[in-house]
Design a protein around this ligand. Sequence first.
Ligand SMILES: *Cc1c(COP(=O)(O)O)cnc(C)c1O
Length: 478
Amino acid sequence: MSHNVESTAFRSALEVIRAVEPRVADAIGAELADQRESLKLIASENYASPATLLAMGNWFSDKYAEGTVGRRFYAGCQNVDTVEALAAEHAKELFGAAHAYVQPHSGIDANLVAFWAILADRVESPALKKAQVRQVNDLTEADWFALRRELGNQRMLGMSLDAGGHLTHGFRPNISGKMFDQRSYGTDPATGLIDYDRVAEAAREFKPLILVAGYSAYPRKVNFRVMREIADSVGATFMVDMAHFAGLVAGKVFTGDFDPVPHAHIVTTTTHKSLRGPRGGMVLCGPELADQVDRGCPMVLGGPLPHVMAAKAVALAEARRPDFADYAQRIVDNARALADGLLRRGATLVTGGTDNHLVLIDVSGYGLTGRQAEQALLDSGIVTNRNAVPQDPNGAWYTSGIRIGTPALTTRGLGTAEMDATAELMHTVLTQTSAGTGPDGAPSKAKYVLDPATAESVGKQAADLLTPFPLYPEVELG
Ligand SMILES: *Cc1c(COP(=O)(O)O)cnc(C)c1O
């Protein structure tokens, strides 16, 4: 039985919860067990430190703190001020940004804050000024009508979804698609890479108010200096959504032209992906947009989550330590080893490889849809997610791709040798799985056939791969 502080902390917390609703305590314990057992290759997930997790479970959650540091709409916010200022300070130092706004509850919220800040900065709108100083409930029907008329039809140019862009960059299912008249840039069909000349051409034709760069499924670096030049050439505000790769920026793997912070007018991110913090979002910008960004609450955000801001401060302090740069470099080394291992065994990768934390496998070469491959891999203890590939013939639901990423397994300590072994296991599953048929004998995009003995054997090997790298070794729930 271990007596370290982390074990004591989590065990005690569960004991307190168990006394009220034991099923919640059981579910929390089961979640740790499940995470420990799975070979997690989900590119957007990670494992936050015990200090980050513990910073969230406390009475900061009880506090209302609308407003910003030193300017709150509620009394008694001095301790919230301390943690919000600390989180912002760490973020500014870590990323070299003039201003950091650490209140957004998620990546989507960070993007909404950025969009409204840009609109307020760029579009002359008395109705918007009124909306910003009033509670939204006080606006009349006529105010809303004026707001829509004054702001309507602003243009956004972002990366297309099937090339790896994100829903929040102006696509229909998200509010951004209703706020903006959107056009997207794709990738070169031959190379899979962003063609900057085509982006420049689209920008010249479309004249967007906002040019957005950033992705959740593009396995390469983006040249932000060139993107900024394109934005400047048409007078667009250049926004980068670094939700996926913030950890690589923090760890100085992406520098120079590939570091978005010196090149963009405004940068948004999540804090829970490669950055390895609590679930949340953040906005970085220069002094010009700072005031507008700080109006995020109450413009589009509810009251801040002070317990999560405390955890952001902890995680950002961790990311400023030298070992985080080592971690970021290992993420990329591991992704490269995984890509090389898959290529050597005959897989087709979008863009032919990777230079960030993620790899996109085109599984059509195995005769499978993304959905069939995802399920077969899951049956074999390998957790991935299906993802569209450029011009995907199977659409966004079934897809033809599998997206994998290395931030989580790298946190556990797995290295390049284990990545090669992982490639072997994936190759085994993908070559042994075949497409199934529906009840009428017609080909199915969802059904598949995989010998359960193969799935079991791979599952066992995947578990063996994890054994030397225990997850949260400092936490024993007993
Ligand atoms: C994950 C992601 C988001 C959304 O983050 P949430 O915290 O899930 O709202 C936004 N943009 C990009 C590029 C992402 O990858």
